[in-house]
Design a protein around this ligand. Sequence first.
Ligand code: MF3
Ligand code: CO
Ligand code: CO
Length: 276
Amino acid sequence: MTDYVTALVDAHDTRTGAIKLHGRAAFDGMHKAGRLAAETLDMLVPHMVPGVTTGEIDRLIYDFVGSKGGVPATLGYRGYTHSSCISVNHVVCHGIPGERTLKAGEIVNVDVTPILDGWHGDSSRMFLIGDVPLKARRLVEVTYECLMLGIEQARPGNHMGDVANAIQRHAEKHRYGVVRDFCGHGLGRLFHDAPEVVHVGKPGTGPELRPGMIFTIEPMINIGRPDVKLLDDGWTAVTRDRSLSAQFEHSIGITEKGCEIFTLSPAGFTQPPYGQ
Ligand code: MF3
Ligand code: CO
Ligand code: CO
């Protein structure tokens, strides 16, 4: 049985397991935080070139978010000490920024979560470094389509399973594997809250979507099998078969009519190559 509760704006932000139904103030706050997430990813575009290190990208994110009055939610989150996750090639998610230099032909996910006025904006996009082989570009394109097909299903009366099924069907049509081990999530004043947003499932299953729900959709799609493995650093998730993996993430809110995307790019950088 799914539990829903009306979210009170200044109530303490505890994780109760119930799905919060947020009001206008939360949507306003989420639009601002989501916009900052999108602007942060927009800012990165000219920097995502061969020779840059993931640590340098993370530093740019730290500086940019701070300059806009935000703070990266990942800093100090469960012992994580960086401002972003940067996941290259076969890294599925939670890649740790560091000394690694980006090379031509690589595909890279950058995931940012600025907190602004207490609200979390969570978004990630793929970047292509230099010339990228068609097979990898195709994965990135289909993964973006998966996210947007999922978002199309995000409206009152539909269920989480409808979102998941749209994503799974499109990915599997291309013989890609949809990662099961990581999900989207509710968010707001909390970084990770109910509900869990799975990316594989059957239509009509799972919690019903209701106006006021706020959550991310963030499918991770592999060229090969869905299976992942965690590296010894305790964070980095890679594909078990070492196949390439891609991900896009938006934060959205369910409205009476459908949904609003909080993390749309003001620059129009929806999917690579971002007009370059
Ligand atoms: N931004 C990620 C998400 O989409 C979470 C990263 S948590 C971290 O949920 F600690 F790994 F940074
Ligand atoms: Co997320
Ligand atoms: Co994220």
